[in-house]
Design a protein around this ligand. Structure first.
Ligand code: ARG
Length: 576
């Protein structure tokens, strides 16, 4: 049996012709449960059908509805309200959840379509910093949401491993390498070789200020690197390997992984092709010695080649879009990159459009707001008071340490498992803070708040999951003896069942809108509804029959919360 919502959507599509409109994602919950269990707003259809919403609502309500589980279909202004037959509804929903298990919520809306999700994409020779958290987690969660909606997904890291900066780094290696211990095995023995590269970079930059001549040396090194000079290549490769190894440690803690890691360097020999095309079509024009492509009035031209002939970040983005399209023929390609790069992507997409690329409209800049840190009572962007970058691994360590205290205060008897639990709660709290707000909003990083068990937090959701597990354990009733749910008639029970029924459309909508907060808010709703229920009703009581039916609801809630948490990269703990 498929979700009621989908069946209703399909029936509506028979009554009126929705064109390309996906009706299943349009439903809402009636403001008052006596009106119905599900509402269908006709506004979007009105646009497609060029007909007044109340008129469409009436047409839908008056048509024949023959589902045995449907008690009533009523038009109310621009809405159609659907009321379910309670007994049948609870039985069907629970049976569906239990049968699907952890696959519950999976749909096939994306079948046959490929989505490329580019995310994280840090620059090598630096650490992952707190500002990388958002791209990394929003991207991974988008990958999970799209997979759950049936898309085939390419999780892609567009590693920043190319550009004139690496000329500077190589020049610095030559100049101070020995002194800084790079020539001996320090890279292998140092517990933080990335910090060594960082230091080199900072050092050469400050020396360039007093000695501009050095800039030329740096440029010469980058040319060597481009030309494939063995020393330049070998050192660059070293920097890349060491940086990647460091990134991977953090990715692992966060539950992040990639199908493809394709650095900007990969496009080095793929740029000439598109530059030639730009030249041939006359789009490439000279501007102050450099070569640019002009765009619409309000958007500045995209710089393609500098005066010295070197290519740029944007040039590589053109080549990479071509490559992605050629390789994957995606139906969408997401760039999960902060809103600060909005203009850059408008320029890149604009150039591709001017080239007449049909896929240009499938490119999406999945932008997001910044993560602010609190320094002496002020919220600022990812730096300490001394201007130092806040490392992501340090943030995760702090979160884990604090989580350890918070959890032990609540439950001192966790034994050895406390270490694992503290990591899952600490990291989960940080990750959830990122998923909770709509992605366009800025987030203030407030560890104490993120770790509170009472607020709308990761630990609160994990704790709710622990509670479900606790109830099921305590009952000592095997799941094969759980009831079918037909005795669940309380209003709070109905609210929870409706919540379960919505799960797959929530996932599909979050995937479509590239908005993980839709899922986070849904899980918070589910936990909230459960807590209201739990405060009012006993799950395990003297009434054996009712107990068995309620346990089956708890089991279904556990399945959905667990799946939802995993999609959000949080671990559904059984104890904490
Ligand atoms: N490496 C870049 C940075 O750290 C982000 C790359 C974003 N992706 C892209 N296709 N331009 O700012």
């Amino acid at each position: 049996m498929r979700p009621y919502q989908r069946q209703i959507a399909e029936r509506i599509a028979e009554i009126v012709d929705p064109g390309d409109l996906d009706l299943s994602s349009l439903f809402s919950v009636p403001p008052d449960s006596t009106l119905g269990d599900l509402a269908f707003p006709c506004f979007q259809l009105a646009r497609t059908l060029k007909e007044a919403p109340p008129r469409i609502a009436e047409r839908i309500a008056e048509a024949a509805w023959e589902f045995p589980w449907l008690a009533e279909v009523v038009a109310a202004g621009p809405y159609v309200n659907f009321l379910y037959d309670s007994g049948a509804f609870s039985r069907d929903v629970l049976a569906r959840v239990i049968a699907a298990g952890e696959a519950f919520g999976t749909s096939d809306v994306g079948e046959g379509k490929t989505v490329v999700v580019e995310f994280s994409s840090p620059n090598i020779a630096k650490h992952l910093a707190v500002h990388h958290l958002r791209s990394t987690m929003l991207g991974q969660v988008m990958v999970n949401l799209l997979r759950a909606s049936g898309y085939s997904v390419v999780a892609l890291n567009h590693l920043g491993d190319w550009g004139t900066n690496f000329g500077k780094l190589l020049a610095a290696w030559e100049r101070y390498g020995e002194e800084e211990g790079l020539e001996d095995s320090l890279i292998e023995t140092s517990d933080d070789p990335v910090a060594l590269f960082n230091k080199l970079y900072v050092r050469i930059n400050s020396e360039i200020e007093t000695d501009p001549q050095l800039e030329e040396t740096a440029r010469a090194w980058f040319r060597k690197l481009e030309a494939g000079d063995p020393v330049a290549r070998e050192r660059w490769q070293r920097i890349r390997d060491v940086s990647w190894a460091r990134f991977e440690k953090v990715y692992k803690r966060l539950g992040v992984s990639f199908d493809e890691v394709i650095g900007e360097s990969f496009y080095e020999d793929k740029m000439p092709e598109i530059i030639d095309e730009l030249a041939k079509t006359g789009l490439l024009v000279e501007s102050e010695g450099a070569e640019v492509v002009a765009l619409e009035e309000e958007i500045p031209p995209l710089l393609i080649r500098k005066r010295d002939g070197s290519t740029l970040y944007g040039t590589r983005d053109l080549a990479s879009a071509e490559y992605r399209w050629g390789r994957w023929q995606f139906s969408r390609a997401l760039y999960v990159v902060d809103a600060g790069q909005g203009l850059h992507f408008r320029q890149v997409f604009g150039v591709l459009r001017r080239l007449g690329r049909s896929y240009a409209d499938r490119l999406e800049h999945t932008e997001f707001g910044i993560m602010r840190m609190n320094v002496d009572g002020q919220w600022i962007k990812g730096r300490t008071r001394k201007g130092q970058i806040v490392l992501l691994e340090d943030v995760l360590d702090d979160a884990t340490a604090l989580a350890r205290e918070v959890v032990l205060r609540k439950n001192p008897d966790l034994g050895d498992s406390i270490e694992e639990i503290a990591e899952a709660v600490g990291v989960g709290a940080v990750v959830f803070s990122d998923m909770k707000a709509r992605r366009g909003r800025d987030v203030n990083f407030d560890l104490e708040k993120f770790l509170s068990f009472e607020g709308e937090t990761g630990p609160y959701l994990q704790y709710t999951h622990v509670r479900f597990c606790g109830i099921l354990r305590k009952s000592e009733i095997d799941s094969s003896d759980h009831g079918d749910g037909s005795l669940l008639v309380e209003a709070e029970e109905k609210a929870l069942l409706l919540c379960l029924d919505r799960f797959d459309t929530v996932i599909a909508r979050a995937a479509l809108e590239a908005e993980p907060s839709i899922l986070s808010q849904y899980l918070l709703d589910l936990a909230g509804e459960f807590n209201a229920y739990y405060a009012k009703h006993r799950i395990i009581s003297d009434d054996g029959d009712l107990t068995r039916h309620r346990l089956s609801l708890i089991d279904a809630l556990r399945v959905v919360l667990s799946r939802g948490l995993r999609i959000l990269c949080l671990e559904p703990l059984e104890r904490m």
